[in-house]
Design a protein around this ligand. Structure first.
Ligand code: PBG
Length: 339
């Protein structure tokens, strides 16, 4: 940015460029479009089209059939990509998260249904074990600790079944060390070289995931010998750290990540800015379930103008340098933007 000296007042009146809608639009630096949105949705295996989630009003769990309709809706609305998360029935969960690698499992069936319904809409899959483990952790537990390398083996199996089912993007959200490289080489070895990786590179141990854990049914599980409620601080990042986020991102890029993500979103806009500036590769932000719940709850109480809060928060991500945003408000936003 050139920094010519500013004229003094009254020659300089910054309000001149704010005086009417036409000129505000003309000089606006950041413009949000439906192409900036990734729509996260939770699928379930039952017959009900929609199952409401108490802490996420307006973002229910969807049947596979309804998820396929959502993909067609995304296409109509100009939303480029859907991120799919599963609600796994309790009896299918175990300590090893075995169902994660099931090629006929819920995620794979949902991916196929969505790609059949709308082939032009990208499908992104979370690579992580937490929906599948009976303890709710993202990793396998050995001797009371989350075991990094055995977890990666299971994640690679999971990523491969997702990619074979048609997932366009794999998004490892587990925060194990070294998983991006192992996933990349397994994909190459299997001839899946076009499957992209969006690494949840800087993912913080956050209170803002609470409603998501309700949505996927992982929040109030047994402890697996580890502290309960599920505490992910030995693998997810400490909210006090910013420099460490740059190291996490650098490692994931060196291992072959095509895109990276910062998560949660709004409390970590400084990280979005630092990462997008430092690495100049597509950097995404996840406006997570707790952020969705805050805006929705305040609006329901009449305390916020919901539409303005949605658009303002999403524009802020782009202003901070994000290439796009994962947001449960995606379809609503696309409509607000006139799609
Ligand atoms: C788990 C995962 C989480 C989210 C996406 N993938 C939660 C967690 O780490 O506990 C959070 C999504 C949200 O809160 O909207 N690997």
């Amino acid at each position: 940015m050139s920094r010519a000296p500013l004229a003094p007042y009254p020659a300089l009146r910054l309000r001149r460029l704010r005086q009417a809608d036409w000129i505000r639009r003309l000089v606006r630096e950041t413009v949000l479009t439906p192409s900036d949105l990734i729509w996260p949705l939770v699928v379930h295996d039952g017959a009900e089209d929609e199952i409401p989630v108490g802490s996420m009003p307006g973002a229910p769990r969807l049947s596979v059939r309804r998820a396929a309709e959502a993909a067609r809706q995304a296409e109509r609305l100009g939303i480029p990509c859907i991120a799919v998360f599963p609600y796994i029935d309790g009896e299918r969960k175990d300590a090893q998260g075995s169902d994660a690698a099931n090629p006929d499992g819920l995620v794979c069936r949902a991916v196929k249904a969505m790609k059949d319904a709308a082939p032009g809409v990208g499908v992104l899959c979370d690579v992580a074990l937490d929906p599948f483990t009976d303890h709710g952790h993202d990793g396998l537990i050995e001797n009371g600790r989350i075991a990094n390398d055995p977890t990666i083996e299971r994640l690679v199996e999971q990523g491969l079944v997702q990619a074979r089912a048609g997932a366009d993007v794999l998004a490892p959200s587990d925060m194990m060390d070294g998983r991006v490289g192992k996933l990349r080489s397994a994909l190459e070895a299997e001839g899946l070289q076009d499957t992209a990786i969006m690494a949840y590179a800087a993912k913080y141990a956050s209170a803002f995931y609470g409603p998501y854990r309700d949505a996927i049914g992982s929040g109030k599980l047994g402890s697996g010998g580890l502290p309960n409620p599920v505490d992910k601080k030995t693998y997810q990042m400490d909210p006090g750290n910013g420099d460490e986020a740059l190291r996490e991102v650098a490692l994931d890029i060196a291992e072959g990540a095509d895109m990276v993500m910062v998560k949660p979103g709004m409390p970590y806009l400084d990280i979005v800015r630092r990462v997008s500036e430092a690495f100049a590769l597509p950097t995404f932000a996840f406006q997570v379930s707790g952020e969705y719940a805050m805006i929705t709850a305040a609006a329901q109480n009449g305390w916020l103008d919901e539409e303005r809060a949605i658009l303002e928060s999403l524009t802020a991500f782009k202003r901070a340098g994000a290439a796009g945003v994962l947001t449960y408000f995606a379809p609503r936003t696309a409509r607000l933007l006139g799609a």
